[in-house]
Design a protein around this ligand. Structure first.
Ligand code: DQA
Length: 197
């Protein structure tokens, strides 16, 4: 069964597209949903996309994600970020990894937006990337949980990280790192010598 990621949106985010476009842009929540589904698809993650203007419904959705053993939660709790201990406690109560997202750079705005009750209980937080932040959050979550990319074969054993670099041909024996460094150093010296003389 495909793993799922819950993308939860808090109050007023249903008005994206027309709400303070100079701060939040012109993209709608439907556009955000499409972006999330595309990002989820890249990692074989099914997306449960929700929006609510009610604190308790967001708490319920966090519990649901936990009960359904979701792989993660991406949450833009909107203004509840700065006020809701109930949402903070719900996140702390579950083991599902949570990524906090904000469309705007909350730290470049009013001081009441600088406090997040969610950040201390989230795995990671990002803000200021516009709606692209949602896709980045899904990519980051996938990296955290080691989700497979679409098309990747599951039978393939993962290559140990010390055995060569990405893109290196597998038949080639990996050069020890100190030898690579030695070569690079020799090249640098050669360039320096040329520049001198
Ligand atoms: C927001 C930032 C919050 O301060 C604000 O209340 C929102 C949106 C953002 O995405 O930038 O509703 O979470």
């Amino acid at each position: 069964m495909a793993k799922s990621v819950y993308v939860l949106n808090g109050p007023n985010l249903n008005l994206l597209g027309t709400r303070e476009p100079e701060t939040y842009g012109r993209a709608t929540l439907k556009d955000v949903e499409a972006l999330c589904r595309e990002a989820g698809g890249r990692h074989q993650l099914k997306v449960e996309f929700r929006q609510s203007n009610h604190e308790g419904e967001i708490v319920d959705a966090i519990h649901e994600a936990h009960a359904k053993q979701a792989a993660g939660i991406v949450i833009n709790a909107g203004a509840y970020t700065h006020t809701s201990i109930a949402i903070r406690d719900a996140i702390a109560a579950v083991t599902v990894p949570v990524i906090e997202v904000h469309i705007s750079n909350v730290f470049a705005r009013e001081s009441f937006r600088h406090l997040s009750h969610i950040a201390p209980v989230a795995k990671a937080s990002l803000c200021g990337f516009g709606i692209a932040g949602y896709a980045l959050a899904i990519d980051g979550l996938a990296a955290l949980i080691g989700a497979r990319r679409a098309g990747e074969r599951s039978e393939q054993p993962a290559r140990p990280p010390h055995k060569g670099r990405a893109g290196e041909r597998s038949e080639e024996p990996a050069r020890p790192v100190h030898k690579r460094a030695g070569r690079a150093l020799a090249r640098t010296r050669l360039v320096a010598a040329r520049q001198k003389g």
